[in-house]
Ligand binder design. Sequence first.
Ligand code: NAI
Length: 243
Amino acid sequence: MSEFEGLVAVVTGGASGIGLATARLLAARGATAVALDLDPRVEPPVHGIRADVTDDASVRAAVDEVVERFGRLDVLVNNAGVGAQGDVTANPDDEWHRVLDVNVVGMARVARAALPHLRRSPSAAIVNTGSIAAWAGLPQRALYSASKGAVHALTLAMAADYVREGIRVNAVAPGTADTPWVGRLLDSAPDPAAERAALEARQPHGRLVSADEVAGAIAYLAGPLSGSTAGTVLAVDGGMQGL
Ligand code: NAI
């Protein structure tokens, strides 16, 4: 498949996990794929540019650099995100602001910088990475779940704002995915093997979601085969939603 031939795709958080799998898949399908990340070290064919999604100047400079180097911007995958654990009492205000700044405001910030370029593309699409945490009512994930609920709502609002201009906005909602992030979570657990088994058991299909499976869903929503799809949040969760 080469449905992204000639297109330029930007993936925030594209140097690790779901973002890296997505950038690689889009590149394999013909895109010039650029990872915007705090740590942009990536291997060819993915390109890396440093950006902090909490810093407006950094985001603008990175998007400008993408367009200067590669000539256009067609696909934005708003994927950078950070985790937070605990119930509603666990985190002080500044941590709430920090996580919401990365996970929610960061998506608006990058979209703001990218939209003038997306408007010039005949194949424009934005895909936001939400989470099953927004729907499932997971214990000890109050702040993170709130941030991803905001991502889902933001996706619907952005879809309504831009669909008539030919820019489709959708989201994916992964279940627990096997990425370096979850690896770090397991490493910090008292019994990593038991914790991994508990996370696997939480998925109705009995295993973690793979980063490649999420990347496949993102590529679908970013590409021409989803040309009539806007404002959708696609679960990639092993059947967790609604069970
Ligand atoms: P990861 O930790 O492997 O990768 C996240 C990337 O985002 C890292 O490369 C990191 O440097 C980058 N990043 C973090 N803060 C940034 C900032 N301020 N500016 C630019 N880049 C920044 O994580 P993973 O698991 O690949 O997660 C990616 C997305 O998927 C996140 O939005 C996360 O909330 C979401 N997600 C992950 C799930 C999982 O189980 N791994 C499940 C559901 C959603």
